[in-house]
Design a protein around this ligand. Structure first.
Ligand code: NAD
Length: 243
């Protein structure tokens, strides 16, 4: 890991700002956010793939709302960590171009990042499923319907089976295509199409995560470790390289 860290710090330095970051749930887990994708972490023993869907929204709205109420309230109890703040610093300092994230918790923005492509939307805002009018998460959590058309309210997240927001996707694509280095952090790369992004770069690919990355991606640098700790170590090394 020591050598891989040094190599990555060098790449970060040499990429001269042409760096795209892709983050996933592992980034947020270090904030304490529980893992509700693995079977141990399932909410009420329910597989999120069956409740975070447009079908559940239509046919099982109470369960759908309860699930997102749990996720919204959970996210509100936690905060970004050092790693989120380092990425925000790197953006301000011109080390990275932007962050494409699969996380819906809003932690990158809370930590001060501005160039963020939220590929799966956000649980921090809501809208009407029928007319699209904006609504507050409080009104969604509280069980209200749309003030305009009485339709069902929903969080502004991408449900399984729904397309990704075009703007966020195109932004992520642009960053990845321009990147000399793509840094992937804390994602199992199992959810499409976001998991295709690391394949679309001709630049260097680096991975930081608790478990080794899927070999088919051919990461040039792989660091097994916690996101926040690894980013802190990288930040310290990068400072030594900076003029
Ligand atoms: P995932 O749960 O499939 O994978 C998380 C990865 O992070 C795993 O490989 C795990 O080993 C690793 N990890 C765990 N703790 C880590 C740490 N401290 N540092 C570094 N790595 C760590 O998550 P995913 O790939 O992001 O896919 C999840 C899907 O579910 C996405 O669609 C996402 O929108 C959604 N989701 C979002 C959130 C959130 O917003 N916080 C949370 C869970 C799931």
């Amino acid at each position: 890991n020591e050598n891989a860290l040094k190599e990555l710090a060098q790449k970060l330095h040499l990429a001269n700002g042409a760096v795209a970051v892709l983050t996933g749930a592992g980034m947020s887990m270090e904030s304490g956010l529980p893992d509700f994708r693995s079977k141990d972490g399932w909410w009420r023993g329910i597989d999120p793939m069956t409740v975070a869907t447009a079908d559940a929204l239509e046919r099982n709205y109470e369960l759908f709302r309860e699930f997102y109420r749990f996720r919204i309230e959970t996210a509100e109890r936690y905060a970004p960590h050092e790693g989120h703040r380092i990425l925000a610093d790197w953006e301000r300092g011109g080390t990275i171009r932007g962050i494409a994230t699969q996380n819906v918790d809003g932690f990158h923005a809370m930590a001060g990042s501005r160039s963020i492509a939220e590929l799966h939307g956000s649980i921090r805002t809501a809208r009407c499923q029928r007319c699209g009018q904006e609504a507050t998460t409080a009104s969604f959590v509280g069980g209200q319907s749309c003030a305009g058309c009485q339709g069902k309210l929903r969080p502004n997240v991408v449900l399984f089976g729904e397309p990704l927001p075009e703007r966020a996707w195109n932004q992520a694509l642009a960053w990845i295509r321009e990147a000399e280095l793509v840094l992937v952090i804390g994602t199992s790369l199992q959810v499409a199409p976001a998991n295709q992004l690391p394949r679309l770069t001709s630049g260097c690919k680096a991975y930081i995560g608790l478990e080794p990355a899927d070999g088919s991606y051919g990461f040039d640098i792989s660091i097994q470790g916690k996101a926040g700790e690894t980013l802190a170590a990288l930040d310290a090394l990068a400072r030594e390289l900076a003029p």
